[in-house]
Design a protein around this ligand. Structure first.
Ligand code: ADP
Ligand code: MG
Length: 688
């Protein structure tokens, strides 16, 4: 901790800074203003109403006098413009104000207006004497507003104080440039030191955003530089075992699989086969919308491992999904005589011991499960391939942990998050990407409609009809995180109602609070077609697949996000029947609620929906970065700044190609900054 440049920093303030994550002068410099108050934005007095924010006012002083005595002594000033008049009050520094300002002066005032009845008043405003109204632009008109919190305000660390510190730091601290000269020229970026000056004390908003652009680039560039180096290291790792297709793989695709692969699936598989055939570790992402058929591709890859005498791990984010994969394996792989096991968190001790023994002896070829697979007690005999499904639900750390279970096993990750390919290539740039664009043929596009409670009877008849016709139906209730209980009540009541309405139809209820075995039982019954209607909360959301289910009723559809609705709807329309998605809208719809439902009716294209969701919610929220496994940046937003990201990637990868060790003199400062940064990264990625 080195705050020596800052005078008079009390322990209280030091602590407040530390609890706010500011541990050094450097951290302070990187605390950028959230926004700027624009003093040149002048408000007419007549429109003031006691704003929570300081504002500027320009007017003429019409009265100036001292009132009260002792501690109540104060200077009162009346200022008027064409729209009204207001008061300014000083309890301190009366002499100074009186020496500078006289009645008749044109002045600007900057402060927080308060309303007392009809009277508007500002205490201790910042004042300037003006020649004319337009002159206000001459002064420092942009005031930084720093992110604050209760610790900072308790320690009286105000914007003004932070500004003062930063001014001192900028005056005394040496700030070295580390971006290559050529980069600064190419983008016309300000040098690092001026960029700090510009962001903390901008002369204009555009100056601040120019500086911010540079800082965004900086972090994207360092990120891409590390991605480039990781990729280079991966490429040089030649200790993986080549895995090649043999009897199992052939038999599966030629005799067991009941359908033709789509072009996208074929391409993905052939890219995987090429990757696996060498001793260089595979790092491949399969990107395909819900229902694109990623699971079969994963199975193909795992069979190549089995053919070569190696084990595979197949990890999914939820138990239900892991179970579903298990049932799929059962259907396809039992006839091949391949050993596979399901590993979950809550299994009985004896069973668990047996499974673990099976895995460590090598008897079991494929382990499918949740993150239970990456627990310490799980030991593989010869892990050749790790597959991660719905990888956006896992973090980089977990990706790395599963790789530690073997000796440089190949890695296949799968994701249905529809983000543009170019973006995927930049943020997952340490991975190779196969995209499955086409959905399996023979599917009829899902028909989607919005209905309300008054259509209930028609819908019930429709349910009965579909079930009579051999179909299955989902009824989905929203999950409200703050109130799982309430939520459960909704689903449970819906379930009871349906049971009363259709006493002859087998109906199941599925929700997150059920016991593991119960859930498994219900899900299995639905998959096997024993249950015809499944009432469920959003636990169903991820990846679950029942091709016979052709109707989905989404209750309170307006409460769901667009991407979530898309994921949900992806549960149907998987077989050859015509599928229907009915979005039940209750009560008054917000504008965004109406937009979401409309969008769902209009399109089934995952990318279009993602794009709309993005516009609706803003990038951070859309990707839910925290749990998406995507990198988090302090200043840059990977969606909004994707152009900059792409540029940073190109620049960084060019450097990796030409000067991988950063030993050129031009990269000397960059090396100093990058090496410690990369050290930290590699811990996360487990390379090096
Ligand atoms: P996702 O990509 O969302 O994980 P799944 O792997 O669950 O999709 O596949 C969705 C459904 O499509 C499954 O029922 C699967 O058996 C079926 N399917 C996959 N590929 C094909 C294909 N080429 N032709 C017909 N059906 C397919
Ligand atoms: Mg899937």
């Amino acid at each position: 901790m080195n705050f020596i440049d800052l005078h008079k920093l009390s322990n209280k303030r030091l602590e407040a800074l530390q609890t706010s994550g500011i541990n050094s002068v450097n951290d302070l410099l990187h605390l950028f203003p959230r926004r700027y108050l624009d003093k040149s934005n002048i408000k007419p007095i007549g429109l003031l109403s006691g704003q929570p924010e300081p504002v500027s006012v320009v007017g003429t002083i019409t009265e100036l006098n001292v009132a009260g005595a002792g501690r109540k002594r104060r200077l009162m000033m009346t200022v008027e413009d064409q729209t009204g008049s207001m008061k300014a009050v000083w309890f301190k520094g009366l002499k100074y104000v009186m020496s500078r300002f006289k009645e008749g002066n044109l002045v600007s005032l900057f402060g927080k207006p308060k309303r007392f009845g009809k009277l508007i008043s500002m205490a201790h405003p910042d004042m300037e004497l003006l020649e004319s109204t337009s002159e206000i632009k001459k002064f420092d008109t942009l005031l930084p507003v720093y992110p604050s919190n209760q610790h900072l305000s308790k320690a009286y660390i105000s914007n003004k104080i932070i500004s003062g510190w930063i001014k001192q730091i900028l005056a005394h601290k040496e700030i070295r440039e580390f971006l290559p000269e050529s980069t600064l020229e190419k983008y016309k970026f300000p040098a690092r030191k001026s960029a700090f000056q510009m962001i903390h004390f901008p002369k204009s908003k555009s100056e601040a955003s120019t500086a911010l652009e540079r800082f965004k680039y900086e972090e994207l560039f360092l990120f891409e530089l590390s991605m480039g180096r990781i990729k280079k290291i991966q490429r040089s790792r030649k200790n993986s075992t080549p895995l090649t297709p043999g009897g199992y793989t052939k038999k599966f695709f030629n005799e067991i699989l009941p359908f033709q692969l789509t072009e996208g699936q074929k391409n993905a598989l052939s890219e995987i086969r090429d990757d696996l055939s060498t001793d260089i570790q595979m790092n491949r992402l399969i990107q395909g919308d819900v229902g694109a058929g990623k699971t079969v591709v994963a199975i193909g890859a795992m069979l190549m491992a089995a053919d070569s005498g190696y084990q595979s791990a197949f990890m999914a984010p939820t138990e239900i999904l892991a179970e579903q994969h298990y049932f799929t394996l059962k259907k396809y792989l039992e006839p091949l005589g391949i050993n596979f096991r399901l590993l979950l968190g809550g299994q009985k001790k004896a069973l668990r011991r047996e499974i673990l023994a099976d895995i460590s002896s090598g008897n079991c070829n494929i382990v499918v499960g949740t993150h239970a697979i990456i627990q310490e007690s799980v030991e593989f005999n010869r892990l050749g391939l790790a597959v991660i499904d719905e990888q956006h639900r896992f973090g980089v750390r977990q990706r790395n942990e599963i790789l530690q279970k073997g000796d440089q096993p190949h890695l296949l990750v799968m994701s249905a998050t529809p983000i543009p390919r170019s973006l995927a290539m930049t943020i997952y740039s340490d991975l190779d990407i196969s995209v499955i664009k086409d959905l399996p043929g023979g599917r009829k596009p899902i028909k989607t409609a919005v209905r309300t409670d008054k259509d209930r009877e028609t819908i019930n008849n429709f349910i009965a009809e579909s079930v009579g016709d051999g179909g299955q139906v989902y009824v989905v209730y929203p999950l409200i995180e703050e109130s799982e209980v309430l939520d459960l009540k909704d689903a449970t009541m819906g379930f009871e109602k349906l049971k009363r309405r259709f006493p002859e139809i087998p109906i199941g209820l599925l929700h997150g609070q059920m016991k593991q075995e119960e859930k498994e039982g219900v899900m299995r019954s639905f998959i096997e077609g024993k249950l015809k209607i499944l009432v469920t909360t959003t636990v169903i959301e991820v990846g679950v697949d029942v091709s016979n289910a052709s109707v989905m009723i989404v209750e309170h559809a307006e409460r769901f996000g667009l991407s979530q609705l898309h994921q949900l709807r992806g549960r149907i329309g998987r077989g050859t029947r015509q599928s229907y998605c009915i979005l039940m809208a209750g009560g008054k719809l917000s504008e965004s609620g109406r937009f979401r439902l409309k969008k769902m009716v209009e399109t089934t294209d995952g990318f279009e929906i993602a794009e709309a969701d993005l516009r609706l919610r803003g990038p951070g929220d859309f990707l839910g970065t925290k749990q998406s496994g995507l990198p988090e940046f302090r200043y840059a937003d990977i969606i909004e700044d994707r152009l900059l990201l792409e540029q940073a990637k190109n620049d960084a990868w060019q450097i990796i190609r030409n000067d991988p060790e950063l030993s050129n003199t031009e990269h000397k400062n960059l090396k100093n900054i990058f090496e410690p940064y990369f050290q930290e990264k590699t811990e996360l990625f487990g390379v090096g």
